[in-house]
Design a protein around this ligand. Structure first.
Ligand code: UN1
Length: 498
């Protein structure tokens, strides 16, 4: 797996192909603007071929026993372990997150693929009693068919794997479209599945724009399920397009994740958590801590601790293991975050940071200062997703107000509370409107064996990862086996059956 700029075709029907007259696009390292990958700008005809290949491969893959499908996934995981360092470096070079986090992300991919391989020997259904004698009732899980996976740039290997491994173990075939900005990572993931022995057509890759490739995939009538992670506006559009075809559309969208810091919290512990939650991945996680809701009694002390530590927060080359925060992922990201910083300056108090970093090697990339605003609940920066290293700090008088503020946003992905009061911690599990709640830990860092997703505008009610991943990609069939050798009519004969 070389680390210089590399060129990829599309992967359709088990072959890497270069469509005639195809145009290409390049991905760029946000730390220094070097070219990282060259990929095909897919067209609607490429989409058509990929869906055809996936459809043709479906029956064979569905009929492959699930434990055998799991063995292939285990081989993919084994290969990924072997190339973890190389893949991690590509993640860092293409996306900009620091190398430790990139390796963590690749590990998350490996963990999930292994977890799903094990599912090949479970895929549990239910057995349920019948109201009639000599009758047996059960459910079985069946694949949906051709599944489309559209993934974002912020977790360019693990989010694709959350989708692909779950879709494959359950017997679906896949067409995968990675975010264009990190499409090389997507292609590298597909290469590992190819090397692990995935049969032709079972996993296909079409790179290119959302407006051409993404929309054509979502609208193809042969596709029954779309799994999408990305921004809320795009997600809404994906949902509407899918709805026209009555498709199952799985959405993982934004967040405005709060950490509540109570007056009895372990402040040094919370400090480490808030720094990691807010500035890890330069704040570009759906789960990033973007609001810190602090009890009045510890507000000044904690803000002092936070700004002291951030004054020595190393921002720079993300391949250097001493660096805590790399660049933001692209010029577009930088522009949007700087716009939010300007919005914040109008109605909030800029406490730290707020600038683009310049001089020396900073000039080659998209480096921003970690930024802290003191704001009031209701300001735009306190409510809108910024997706960058910008933390809004809000002072509250008590727990009740902290929860009110935490919940009064359109999203509900992750949430956290720091407190030593066990009753309050359990109360918060009940009170916080979010798909994920952490007690005495930051809002980021979900583990793969638990469901992942959120409430309100974070999605449309589904979850991925954990046991929920199986729900996402299967249809449930209810089966009634009558071994009485006579007609037994449910609801009518149940009283008299013998
Ligand atoms: C995301 O930000 O879209 O919980 C996914 C976490 C990671 C996954 C984040 N395991 O922060």
């Amino acid at each position: 797996m070389p680390s210089h700029a590399e060129s990829y075709g599309l992967f359709i029907g088990g072959k890497w192909i270069e469509p005639p007259q195809s145009r290409r696009f390049e991905t760029v390292n946000p730390a220094n603007r070097e070219t990282v990958g060259s990929l095909v700008q897919g067209t609607t005809s490429d989409v058509d071929q990929a869906v055809t290949a996936a459809q043709q491969a479906f029956r064979g893959w569905k009929e492959t026993p699930a434990p055998k499908r799991g063995e292939i996934l285990l081989d993919v995981a084994r290969l990924m372990k072997r190339s973890k360092e190389d893949l991690g470096r590509i993640v860092t070079r293409e996306m900009g997150k620091v190398i430790g986090e990139a390796l963590g992300e690749v590990q998350e991919s490996i963990d999930f693929i292994e977890y799903m391989a094990g599912e090949g020997r479970r895929l549990f259904g239910e057995t349920v009693p019948s109201e009639l004698r000599s009758k047996f009732c059960l459910t079985v899980r069946q694949p949906k068919g051709v599944v489309v996976c559209i993934s974002p740039w912020n977790f360019p290997t693990s989010i694709p794997n959350w989708k692909i491994a779950a879709a494959l173990i359950t017997g679906n075939t896949v067409v995968f479209k990675p975010a264009s900005g990190t499409a090389r990572c997507g292609a590298e993931v597909v290469k590992l599945y190819e090397a692990g022995g995935i049969p032709p057509g079972v996993l296909n890759l079409v790179t290119g724009s959302g407006s051409v490739v993404g929309n054509a995939l979502i609208e193809d009538p042969r596709v029954r399920t779309v799994s999408f992670t990305g921004g809320v506006d795009t997600g809404r559009d994906v949902y509407v397009r899918g709805a026209r075809g009555l498709k199952m559309v799985h959405l993982e969208l934004g967040g405005k994740n709060p950490v509540i810091l109570m007056d009895d919290a372990d402040l040094p512990l919370a400090l480490d958590g808030v720094l990691f939650g807010a500035f890890g991945t330069a704040g570009q996680r759906c789960t990033a801590t973007s609001r810190l809701i602090v009890h009045d009694r510890v507000y000044d002390e904690f803000l002092g601790m936070l700004t002291d530590r951030l004054a020595q927060f190393p921002v720079g080359d993300p391949l250097d293991p001493r660096i805590a925060m790399g660049p933001v992922a692209s010029a577009d990201q930088e522009k949007k975050i700087l716009e939010y910083i300007e919005i914040g300056k109008r109605d909030s108090r800029l406490r730290l940071g707020g600038h683009k970093l310049t001089g020396g090697s900073y000039d080659r990339g998209y480096f921003l200062e970690p930024t802290i605003f003191e704001t009031k609940h209701g300001s735009r920066i306190s409510k809108e997703e910024i997706f960058g290293p910008v933390l809004s700090v809000i002072r509250v008088p008590d727990y009740a107000e902290a929860v009110r503020v935490a919940n009064d946003v359109e999203y509900g992905l992750s949430s956290a509370i720091y407190t030593r009061d066990v009753n309050r911690a359990f109360r918060a599990i009940d009170d916080l409107e979010a798909g994920i709640t952490y007690i005495n830990a930051p809002t980021i860092g979900a583990e793969v064996q638990l469901p992942f997703g959120g409430v309100k505008n974070t999605g449309n009610g589904g979850r991925e990862a954990g046991s929920a991943a199986i729900e996402e990609f299967t249809e449930i069939k209810s089966v009634f086996v009558d071994f009485s050798s006579k007609l037994q009519r449910a609801q009518i004969d149940s009283e008299t059956a013998a």
